[in-house]
Design a protein around this ligand. Structure first.
Ligand code: ADP
Ligand code: MG
Length: 509
């Protein structure tokens, strides 16, 4: 028989009525009940008595009086669904005063000393033979253990989830809406950022949490990020970001590329999931560049010689005829033709060095020596333009190099450097070790390279110059590739530096 069925049974009612009409000691019948029982025979509900089981739940002496409607109890608070319960809403009071029949209502009891208990309460009014309410009975099942266990499990799940968010590879952040008096969104404030996000942005929790989006992502307004976040809050629709530039307060002047998603969490919060794809995009560009180089390289290998040979013949004849008296009045035209042919030949030579299967001649060599031998030539050229070349050569080990190719690479980089400087300037050629890698750099004080051009560097025939061939850098990239080296560019308003970083394991001599 369930508690409720028992309370409803006519036998029990009779028993209670008899007990109620008897003296106080007759309550002792209830001592042996395995469930909590609270009884009142006082329709003001000031005197409610509790059997040992209920008393122990309520932390009072057996059968002592405890009533919420009788006195203002401050050491104990009672909640239903998280809301504090007024005395008149307690089950036994409602049964007595309103004749309500209450079934298994869950109440949470919280004492000042921190003890929390949960009980399922049912209550029934007790009526006399005329049907007039003379009191009420309530039974209570202690479900504290079960509830606390559930809470613990929930907390564990929450912790596990938080750990998961903390450890996932993607950046994850929670932002809270800040509104003005009219309810308009004025700002978003960081409420949480996971480990990936912090690492990616090189920022600590303290530096991120509590700060506004405008502070953390200074370009958030121009880039439309702020607007998008507002839209997510208003519509509840997530927004996908597939190539999105975000600034980084910790790395001024850099913007990083992200892909990700903004999702509404609740009316006042949004979350950002994302991944930094800056490096990945760079790699893709690099691969694209190599692909283009390969195509052109193959072309170079197959047609280069076919063009060069006839040109040599034509040049030979031109030279021969040009010397004849018969053509004396056209001497100038002849030398122009030869000059033009030579230029064509030069371009073809450059073009040929893009060939993939070009024979290379690797030897142990020191970059510094190659630079030294080439320096007079470079300086003569620089002097002619009014520029200056400085060298800063570090202590570096020998590498496996094709000297001819390295000379070509240096000449191409230095020539570009010269051409980038409109007024007189200085070019610095440096060598050194950078994280164990031999590094060669050519720095100019020229006008720098605009961002839209940066991605195109190394594309064969790409040039911004009137008489440029657009082959200098592709040749450099090809030479670097053959030497297992990488070319990196750093550019700004004060000039450009091309770095060639050699991956070869340094030779121990
Ligand atoms: P070219 O020099 O014939 O134009 P390159 O392949 O050597 O061909 O260079 C391609 C383009 O890259 C140049 O036209 C120029 O716009 C840019 N560039 C290369 N090096 C520099 C530099 N040091 N400073 C500024 N721009 C550069
Ligand atoms: Mg060039």
């Amino acid at each position: 028989m369930s508690n409720l069925e028992m309370l409803n049974s006519p036998e029990f009612k009779t028993f209670v009525n008899q007990t109620f009409s008897g003296d106080e000691s007759s309550f002792r019948f209830f001592d042996m009940m395995p469930i909590g029982l609270s009884i009142t025979t006082d329709i003001s509900c000031k005197e409610i008595r509790h059997n040992p089981k209920a008393a122990s739940f309520l932390r009072i002496d057996d059968w002592s009086i405890l009533s919420h409607s009788a006195s203002n109890i401050t050491y104990l608070k009672i909640f239903r669904n998280g809301q504090e319960l007024l005395p008149e809403k307690m089950p036994i009071q409602r049964a007595t005063w309103l004749g309500e029949e209450i079934e298994s209502e869950e109440l949470e009891f919280v004492w000042n000393d921190g003890v929390r208990k949960f009980g399922l309460w049912s209550a029934r009014p007790v009526r006399d033979d005329n049907g007039v309410i003379v009191g009420a009975l309530a039974v209570c099942e202690d479900i504290t253990e079960r509830r606390l266990l559930e809470e613990e499990k929930l907390k564990e799940t929450e912790n596990r989830f938080q750990k998961y968010l903390e450890n996932m590879l993607e950046c994850f952040a929670v932002l809270r809406v800040k509104r003005d008096e009219k309810g308009q969104i004025v700002e978003f404030r960081s409420e949480y950022i996971n480990e990936s996000g912090r690492r990616d942005r090189n920022i600590t929790k303290e530096e991120h949490i509590g700060r506004s989006m405008h502070e953390l992502y200074p370009n958030s307004i121009e880039s439309g990020l702020f607007k998008m976040c507002c839209r997510v809050v208003e519509t509840g629709e997530p927004i996908e970001l597939d190539s999105f530039y975000i600034s980084n307060v910790k790395k001024p002047n850099t913007i990083e590329l992200y892909e990700g998603r903004i999702i509404k969490l609740d009316t006042e919060r949004i979350t950002f999931f994302g991944r930094n794809i800056t490096e990945k995009k760079k790699l893709e560009n690099e691969i694209g560049r190599l692909d283009r180089l390969n195509i052109v390289g193959e072309m170079a290998a197959s047609i280069g010689h076919e063009i060069r040979n006839p040109l040599t013949t034509v040049r030979g004849y031109l030279q021969m005829f040009g010397m004849k008296d018969k053509y004396a009045e056209h001497k100038e035209q002849f030398s122009t033709m030869i000059e033009e042919l030579d230029r064509a030949n030069l371009i073809i030579t450059e073009f040929l060095s893009l060939a993939k299967n070009k024979a290379v001649n690797f030897q142990h060599a020191n970059l510094n020596e190659i630079i030294h031998t080439l320096l007079p030539l470079l300086q003569a050229d620089a002097l002619h333009r009014g520029n200056e070349i400085k060298i800063e050569l570090g202590n570096i080990p020998e590498l496996d190099l094709d000297k001819k190719e390295i000379r070509q690479l240096l000449m191409n980089l230095v020539r570009n450097a010269e051409e980038a400087m409109l007024s007189k300037g200085t070019i610095v050629i440096k060598t050194g070790l950078d994280e164990g890698q031999v590094s060669l750099s050519v720095q100019d004080s020229g006008r720098g390279i605009p961002k839209d051009i940066l991605d195109k560097l190394g594309t064969p025939f790409f040039t911004t110059k009137d008489t440029g061939t657009g082959l200098g850098l592709p040749v450099c990239y090809r030479i670097a590739e053959r030497h297992n080296a990488k070319i990196k560019v750093k550019t700004g308003v004060n000039g450009t530096t091309f770095f060639v970083k050699f991956n070869n394991p340094a030779h121990e001599e």
